[in-house]
Design a protein around this ligand. Sequence first.
Ligand code: GLN
Length: 419
Amino acid sequence: MQPDALHVCILSLTCDIVQLVSCQHFQAKLFNAMEKAMKALTQKLPENVQEVLDQVLEDVRPLDGGALADYIPELAKADPSKFGICICDTDGNIYKAGDVNVPATIQSASKPLLYMLALAERGVDAVDKKVGEEPSGRPFNEISIDNTNRACNPLINTGAIACTGLLAGDSDKRYKQFEDLCKKVAYRPDEVHMDEAVYASEMSCNHDNRKIVDALLENDIIPEGTGDVALDAYTQVCSMNVTACDLAVMAATMANNGVNPCTKDYILPEAIVNKMVTVMMSCGMYNGAGKWIVEVGIPAKSGVAGMLMCVVPGRCGIAIYSPKLDVNGNTTRGVHVAKALSQGLGLHVLQNDSKDGAKDEQDKKKTGSKVAPAPKPNPKFEKKDHTAIEVRAADPTTRVPPRLSGVCPATDGVSEVIG
Ligand code: GLN
């Protein structure tokens, strides 16, 4: 039943009962109890969400292993101590903890939005002919094209550059289109703009993405003559600055079927948002997607500057910023936070947890904590003698792009989750 229908139903039931009861004191009590029940049944998040958020921030703060991404030199200048979590629910309530107003480039967290732009502009059928919906099982920057000449996955570089290549206009127009969309769903729309230094830095070392463009052209995935435009626009898009609050409202808009829950503006068609969010569930975390679905169970997308966005359909958007990346290329603290919030707030979309996190009562009793304990850091993710990006070479079964070859010994059982 829809929350609104539930609301009406409980209200009319309450009125009926109240009419049957004459004692005023009892009537007031009954109203109170019914109101509480109604709130509990219809609210998007448990009442103690801010408390949970503050607790998770403190629990996860020490788990800051990993390294800054440095294959884009400008990203290595980030302040590794920064750490913020923001939740925006689908009623537009915003909860913040830590450094939620620190800007960083969106990087691969832009890919869901780029995919939706292409779907909206070109239509689902046209995009489906060029871009698939399969987890690619490859590092984010590897050429990934299926045997029907489609980019496998819209949420890694090959697919995202293909989506950028399918848009119309010169590179500035394509970037502007993306920026305009982001402004409509950002917490601080006036501050959303491209970081010129990061853009220049990535343009100076864009060799792998250049190879992807060549493959897209060869396979007729993007129109002839549009390679430079697609690459330039894609790099601009990745270089756009956002904060955790911006990203949380973006994620909440996706969780709210394309309507910005803060402004109530209709931004994107529901069918496109639903398709993208569904694809994000299996494709957003690459070949670590299975583990992510089991442990976190929320459609999500991260970027190499340390942003992570999670979309909990019908309930909320979550964004985390912490720039150090784990062995898989995801924000180390972000992954811990996502697991802790999924458990602490009962957000796993495939598990029928009660909304008030009641299943964690036992944990709370045992630990005295308001949230399920944050997972202990896995020592093999905490190595400090390599950069997170170098470790993409760790899986011996993975074809490694040239610049990553031979930089790190194989790590047992470490799945690749990039992006
Ligand atoms: N701009 C980055 C790149 O193309 C984005 C990668 C990422 O965030 N995973 O390499």
